[in-house]
Ligand binder design. Structure first.
Ligand SMILES: Nc1ncnc2c1ncn2[C@@H]1O[C@H](COP(=O)(O)OP(=O)(O)OP(=O)(O)O)[C@@H](O)[C@H]1O
Ligand SMILES: [Mg+2]
Length: 275
């Protein structure tokens, strides 16, 4: 892949609507992520953050608008081109499935074996380097069944970055991490972005840690983008949604409960046997 002009955004969503079937989760989405930037995506549970990530990787298509990745319109590319594009991306999925029949080392080595022709000694060097970055060099020999939940998260992170991609998408990289690992992981995301001059998209609920490392923050809610800006700008925002989210207040425009739908009402009537 030869990504287009380096001044172009690596990720560009223009007036995008996303959803599943007839259901629209988000609309009116405009996002830009540039080389060298860490961009945080925040929003309540179910607001559509993972949906945005699925759209950026071409797992789902836009209901309207255009999504450009490395300057390519995802609506107009072949399966082969999409595969090439994905080789320039590292993704840490929210449910970051590791291969349970491979040990820690082989899980991280997998993308190198799959997508590159590098020698075995190069593989060993690169994998141990990435495991070292997430603090798990000495866990290389362990089976996946022998690592804790937080360790598995860090193995998945090492695997997402092992190809040193130009775009890295992290869905909840801090989930299940203790405060020390969390701080180190956040710094790792920042330093990797600076060193590789790649673009990083960070989906997280962790305001304190992400505000320390992000250049730009987008907040999703109420079916759209409700705020964007630098961490400093959002910290001083008077917007009720932004304030509620940043302060973790139970009362405000963000509802805790998943909204009632006709499908739920129908299910409940059938389940309880009452009309
Ligand atoms: N495969 C799917 N089919 C249908 N609806 C889905 C699917 N995946 C997610 N949704 C719905 O889309 C909405 C957004 O989900 P999404 O997973 O993007 O939320 P999120 O912001 O990542 O939440 P969380 O912080 O809990 O991970 C939710 O209402 C969810 O029920
Ligand atoms: Mg999610």
């Amino acid at each position: 892949m030869n990504p287009s002009n380096s001044a172009d955004p690596i990720v560009k969503f223009a007036d995008v609507a996303l959803g599943y079937g007839d259901f629209t989760v988000l609309q009116g989405i405009d996002i830009e992520v540039r080389r060298g930037q860490v961009v945080a995506m925040m929003g309540g549970s179910g607001s559509g953050k993972t949906t945005l990530l699925r759209a950026a990787t071409g797992q789902i298509t836009a209901q309207r608008g255009t999504i450009n990745i490395f300057g390519r319109d995802l609506a107009n590319i072949s399966d082969t081109e999409l595969r090439e594009l994905r080789q320039c991306m590292g993704v840490l999925f929210q449910q970051g499935a590791l291969f349970t029949d491979l040990n820690v080392f082989e899980n991280v080595a997998f993308p190198l074996r799959e997508h590159t022709e590098v020698s075995e000694s190069q593989i060993i060097e690169r994998v141990l380097d990435k495991l070292d970055a997430v603090g798990l060099r000495a866990a290389a020999h362990l089976n996946i069944s022998e690592v804790s939940g937080g360790m598995a998260r860090r193995v998945a992170l090492a695997r997402a970055i092992v190809l040193e991609p130009e775009l890295i998408l992290y869905d909840e990289p801090f989930a299940g991490l203790d405060p020390i690992s969390l701080g180190i992981t956040a710094q790792l995301i920042r330093s990797l972005t600076d060193r590789l001059n790649c673009a990083s998209v960070l989906i997280t609920h962790d305001v304190a840690e992400s505000f320390l490392i992000a250049d730009q923050v987008y907040m999703v809610g109420q079916g759209t983008l409700i705020a964007q800006g630098t961490p400093k700008e959002l910290s001083t925002s008077q917007d009720a949604y932004v304030r509620q989210f940043l302060n973790g207040e139970p009362d405000g425009p963000i509802a805790f409960h998943y909204p009632t739908s006709p499908a739920f009402t129908k299910w409940l009537e059938q389940t309880t046997g009452r009309p």
